[in-house]
Design a protein around this ligand. Structure first.
Ligand code: SF4
Length: 119
């Protein structure tokens, strides 16, 4: 009787362990499959509109040449989103995600007062 219980418990543990492993692998595979989709989604996010209140608050412009120098005298010539620390993604696309505007993309030629030099 005790022999049955011991082997039954062991078998149950073995099954549970295999089930747990398979579940974990399934979750990991599903998560890995979603990563490329999230990257594509970030690159395809809507462009930040210059009239968006969040953009207006930091003086975002689509071309750095349009920066209002009276309003932003600290603007450093040559600074753009492309050389900003907060720009995300790989070089290539003209619009890329920015940490300052989650869910939106900004023009690599743009600028805002949140600009931070790349390290
Ligand atoms: Fe561009 Fe940097 Fe401003 Fe984002 S924080 S909009 S990348 S200048």
């Amino acid at each position: 009787m005790s022999r049955f219980t011991a082997s039954g418990t062991s078998a149950t543990r073995g099954t549970a362990t295999r089930r747990t492993l398979l579940k974990t692998l399934g979750v990991a595979a599903a998560a890995a499959a979603l990563v490329p989709i999230r990257r594509v989604a970030a690159a395809d996010a809507p462009h930040l509109e210059v009239k968006d209140p969040a953009a207006v608050a930091v003086g975002y412009v689509e071309k750095a040449a349009q920066v209002d120098l009276k309003k932003y005298p600290a603007y450093i010539k040559g600074s753009t989103c492309e050389n900003c620390l907060l720009l995300q993604g790989s070089s290539g696309p003209h619009y890329r995600p920015c940490n300052l505007f989650p869910g939106k993309t900004v023009s690599v030629d743009g600028w805002c007062s949140g600009w931070s030099a790349e390290i």
